[in-house]
Design a protein around this ligand. Structure first.
Ligand code: DX5
Ligand code: ZN
Length: 232
């Protein structure tokens, strides 16, 4: 699917996929019109959970030609970046809270020719990314506390999204806003887009027992149909 200025991108998060058939689930998401595949790397330190590392990222990379939206929930990601970026170098997102020298880390990712994003937790203010905002391709506003799928969307993140959207517009920056956590085919998706989100991550809303991946993707797409990011 071609990205246009007003196109909302959907990034299924494979964290919720059936790992016994991971490649097939990725192919299902691709066939159902996913724009990106969201890949959650967790280290058991920055977040309480461990997910997977390079070997699994490689398997996801082999299963699709879609860009990978790599979300690193790891403390001090610098030491892991060279290895992970060999597997997935389309879009690399690090957490502001996890980087002692965020400016350097952002610069490193850009130097490798990848798109770079910075993620902020629900309790982290916009100020944590403001100084690097001109350099960013993506700001990921976490709408849950990271570490687990299937949590509830935190509504106070919407005000933060709106403020960031305004700053980006006023300054003429190019960063896209992304939301991650508790996004479903309901007000959580619609309100996020209205607040400025252009990329919606969805884990359990896409990979679940109630619907096929195609049905779930269609429902999420329909829930934001006709909406333009940042326009109410
Ligand atoms: C949570 C991860 C998310 C997760 C979202 O820490 O970063 O990407 O997969 O899952 P849902 O959409 O189920 O909240
Ligand atoms: Zn994520």
């Amino acid at each position: 699917m071609t990205a246009t200025a007003n196109h909302v991108q959907i990034a299924p998060s494979v964290l919720a996929a059936d790992f016994g058939r991971l490649a097939q689930q990725v192919r299902d998401a691709d066939a159902a019109g996913a724009d990106l595949i969201h890949v959650d790397v967790m280290d058991g330190r920055f977040v309480p959970n461990i997910s997977f590392g390079e070997v699994v990222v490689d398997a996801i990379r082999s299963a699709t030609d879609l860009p990978l939206n790599l979300h690193l929930m790891v403390h001090e990601p610098d030491r892991l970046l060279p290895g992970l970026m060999k597997s997935a170098a389309d879009q690399v997102l690090v957490h502001a809270e996890a980087c002692a020298h965020l400016h350097r880390t952002v610069g490193y990712v850009k130097e490798q020719g990848s798109q770079v994003g910075v993620a902020i937790n629900p309790a982290t203010p916009i100020a944590a990314v403001e100084e690097v905002l001109p350099d960013l391709d993506i700001v990921l506003v976490m709408t849950v506390n990271p570490g687990f799928g299937g949590q509830s969307f935190i509504p106070s993140a919407l005000a933060k999204l709106r403020r960031l959207h305004r700053i980006i517009q006023e300054k003429g920056y190019h960063a896209k806003l992304e939301v991650d956590g508790g996004v479903k085919a309901d007000a959580t998706a619609r309100d996020s887009v209205a607040a400025g989100a252009e990329i919606l991550v969805a884990g359990t809303a896409i990979f679940n027992r109630e619907q096929s991946v195609a049905e779930a993707m269609a429902a999420l797409r329909a829930s934001v149909d006709g909406l333009a990011p940042g326009k109410t």
